[in-house]
Design a protein around this ligand. Structure first.
Ligand code: N01
Length: 537
């Protein structure tokens, strides 16, 4: 692309799971003229950046954390472990991009620095950091739910002169921890996955923990050829189960806790803990995420496991989570709590010993100074809304998204925004995102978006736009679901609570299967909640 204004039917921003599939579908199945842009040097999105040691899919993965639409793709890709490591996910996405010949239509190392809607032409114009411009009728934002890094602003943090890495921006070159004193801030999925790996090499690891977490054993193991074969043979059914069972093909137990004695329930928790993965959460009893007493029982079971694993009672006490089980993202680990039994690992509880300042070579906490050579920030992301706000498209009447979303992330169906015609989001606020399998969620969302595009084009229309009243009722609809659970009680990134000053709002749709039914229903009812404009000519 040069600096003349190239014309496209659709522009896609982002070349992760969502963006790659959108490019494939809109170009190859819909026959549109499409271009994709990504600031990274290659495909992968989240998986391009999150390459810290120990990074793995933090959900039941192989072969379900992958595209589901093509039996051929399922048959030809050899997943090796039950919990897929980052490098394998990235290799898979590269393979997908090559086999579908996507790379020629993606411009890498190019940031979309500006996106504006022109009401007269009913088109979007994007500009890039390379000084290029392009015009498109439809703008598809697949900008990533977990992309904008959350950087803590402790006094003096910029004075620290040692190596410093954020897990969400990990370098491509190998990072050596050997002989180093490493400080890790943050104990979400990224911290909990990376700390055991860093501790294997480092001279000393000091973990700075703000909130102790529930983490379950991943029980990662090789995926046998027989398992993979049986999944492939039954793929059509498994895919249908995923679509209708919240993203995963596993049948969830519908047993009622009150039908069992406390001893029987405990035995069930033990069994599910041994199975590992998310089974304790999804397969114990109905109501774990809605019933406070039941939730507390499961939480106490996990706390008991932490007490059993961690030998030093003082350290174990600091690791006790005290929020409702599962209301922050559940973490799957490979030996996280065991890592605290190593001589070279120590834990600082920031609730009683907060960080006061950084120096060139240390972190000064209230009760002591910790010399470090390297700082690892596992401090997460301005999740879900952050990357759309970063893009900051300018919609109707010159209103930017930052203005529109100053107090609340209003949207309709998690895919569209009033005032931003012909713009679609994949995994935006209001969509299931991480509450469903993201690759399949991206496929289903893209299928719906492509039908919207088809509708506009075939009817000779110019623009499609969500209406503010539809946004308001959507907000009520998804909040009613969230408010029926314990999720809103936690200070989680789901609630925007990890970012100082961010509006507190539940950012997802908790019932993925119901959500995709709802999208179809809206389409079948003639796109209720949308306004269409005749083509301007
Ligand atoms: O980020 P997080 P993450 N001072 O926000 C702490 C997905 N994921 O990168 O809990 C001190 O969960 C913060 O403390 P608190 C997955 O969905 C996927 O770990 O807010 N501490 C928390 O402990 C996951 O949920 C995969 O009190 C500060 C930590 O930093 C999501 O990404 C792998 C702080 C951040 O935890 C995000 O995970 C990894 C401060 N100023 C992640 N600010 C795969 O599937 C924040 N913290 C591969």
């Amino acid at each position: 692309m040069n600096d003349t204004t190239e014309q496209y039917d659709a522009i896609i921003i982002g070349a992760g799971f969502g963006g790659l599939y959108a490019l494939h579908h809109l170009r190859d199945n819909m026959g549109l003229n499409v271009r994709a842009f990504d600031g990274a040097g290659g495909v992968g999105g989240t998986w391009w950046y999150n390459r810290y040691p120990g990074a793995r899919v933090d959900a039941p993965s192989s072969p379900f954390y992958a595209y589901t639409f093509s039996q051929e793709l399922v048959d030809e890709w050899e997943w090796k472990e039950t919990q897929t490591p980052q490098a394998a996910v990235l290799a898979y996405l590269q393979h997908f991009a090559e086999r579908t010949d996507l790379l020629k239509d993606i411009q890498f190392e190019t940031w979309v620095s500006d996106a504006r809607y022109n009401e007269a032409s009913q088109r979007w114009t994007i500009s890039t950091d390379k000084g290029e411009h392009a015009s498109t009728q439809f703008l598809v934002c697949a900008v990533g739910a977990l992309f904008v890094a959350n950087m803590p602003d402790y006094p003096g943090i910029n004075d620290f002169t040692g190596e410093c890495y954020h897990t969400g921006r990990w370098p491509h070159e190998e990072v050596s921890f050997a002989g180093k004193r490493v400080g890790v801030i943050g104990t979400g999925s990224s911290g909990i996955q990376s700390i055991p790996e860093i501790a294997k090499q480092a001279e000393h690891v000091t973990v700075f923990q703000r909130t102790p977490q529930y983490s379950l054993p991943a029980r990662n193991r090789p995926l046998s050829k027989e398992e993979l074969k049986s999944y492939r043979e039954d793929w059509e059914n498994l895919r249908a189960s995923m679509r209708h069972r919240g993203g995963w093909p596993f049948s969830t137990q519908r047993r009622r806790a009150t039908d069992y004695t406390p001893e029987q329930r405990h035995a069930i928790y033990e069994e599910l803990w041994e199975q590992g993965g998310i089974h304790l959460s999804i397969n114990s009893f109905t109501g774990v995420l809605t019933d406070k007493a039941l939730n507390e029982e499961v939480g106490e079971f996990v706390r008991g496991k932490i007490r059993e694993i961690v030998q030093d009672p003082g350290t174990a006490a600091k690791l006790m989570p005290n929020y409702y089980f599962g209301t922050k993202r559940l973490i799957l680990d490979n030996g996280y709590f065991e890592t605290y039994n190593r001589d070279n690992v120590s834990l600082v509880d920031l609730r009683e010993d907060p960080i006061e300042a950084f120096t060139a070579s240390s972190i000064k906490a209230k009760h002591g100074e910790h010399p470090i050579d390297m700082l690892v920030l596992a401090t997460g992301f301005d999740a879900v809304s952050g990357s759309m706000l970063n893009l900051n498209p300018q919609g109707r009447d010159g209103v930017t998204l930052q203005q529109k979303w100053a107090d609340r992330f209003d949207n309709y169906l998690g895919t569209t925004i009033a005032g931003f015609p012909n713009l679609f989001m994949i995994h935006g606020p209001g969509a299931p995102g991480v509450f469903f399998t993201m690759p399949l969620g991206g496929e289903l969302t893209t299928a719906w978006i492509s039908e919207c595009i088809r509708h506009v084009r075939e009817a000779g229309l110019g623009a499609m736009e969500a209406q503010p009243e539809a946004e308001a009722s959507w907000d009520e609809e998804i909040n009613a679901i969230a408010n029926g659970t314990l999720y809103p009680l936690a200070d989680s990134w789901y609630m925007g609570a990890n970012i100082p000053g961010k509006p507190r709002q539940f950012l997802g749709h908790l019932r993925g299967s119901q959500y995709f039914d709802r999208l179809n229903e809206v389409a079948e009812q003639g796109y209720e909640g949308f306004k269409f404009e005749a083509a301007s000519g």
